[in-house]
Design a protein. Structure first.
Length: 221
């Protein structure tokens, strides 16, 4: 049985995975959500990597799951410890040496987001309700916070020489308005040479569709 190690996106809140962890436990799997020091101006990608490596410890059969900006930390972790499977969920997929701040223009993310908004009939100006919480149950959205992410990590490179030699899956949520699914499929093909799989839900799919997400994660084993 694998151990799932879950990396959050910008802000670093382990709370993001609070509906996924008990679902995995109920199905007999170990799972830990890593809290990252996202608001700490003195911390960045190396410190995020340290935190995930510490959470893995000496566990075997690790499935590393990274959400959104966690896609920058994940390959740095895989360069340091043995991981059986890496799953990128609505994630930024970095090139070696690329910074999160460079990623947006390098991939064309802002233009893809605006084009999807125009096609979908919702506003192109970013706000949490429209882009992150639109499909999250009201009681869960009401408990969510806008966890801050310090600028530090956005200027730091993904410190890998090449993509790690670990089986990688890309999982795109069909209703993601922040990183539209078609955009994610293009980036996955361009950068990893693989096709993205699809799951129902929006950008915060672990909050909106935890059972569907866990079904897909376990299906990869």
């Amino acid at each position: 049985m694998g151990m799932f190690v879950l990396i959050p996106g910008a802000g670093g809140a382990a709370w993001y995975w609070h509906r996924v962890v008990p679902e995995l436990h109920a199905r007999g799997y170990e799972a830990v959500a890593v809290e990252l020091p996202g608001a700490d101006e003195s911390a960045g990608l190396p410190e995020y990597t340290d935190a995930v490596v510490a959470a893995i410890g000496d566990h075997d059969d690790v499935v590393l799951v990274a959400q959104s900006m966690g896609g920058f930390t994940a390959p740095m972790v895989c360069a340091r410890v043995d991981v059986d499977l890496l799953v990128l969920v609505n994630a930024m997929i970095p090139l070696p040496g690329e910074t999160p701040g460079q990623w947006w223009d390098n991939t064309g993310s802002p233009a893809a987001r605006v084009a999807a908004a125009e096609a979908g009939g919702y506003g192109p100006e970013f706000d949490l309700a429209t882009y992150f919480l639109h499909d999250v149950p009201a009681e869960v959205a009401g408990a969510a916070h806008d966890w801050p992410e310090a600028d530090t990590a956005f200027g730091q490179p993904c410190a890998i020489e090449r993509w790690p030699d670990v089986t990688t899956r890309v999982l795109a949520a069909a209703e993601d308005r922040f990183f539209p699914a078609e955009f994610q499929r293009r980036v996955a093909r361009d950068r990893l040479g693989i096709d993205a799989d699809e799951v129902p839900g929006g950008h915060l799919v672990a909050l909106s569709r935890p059972v569907d997400l866990v079904d897909r994660l376990i299906g990869y084993l």
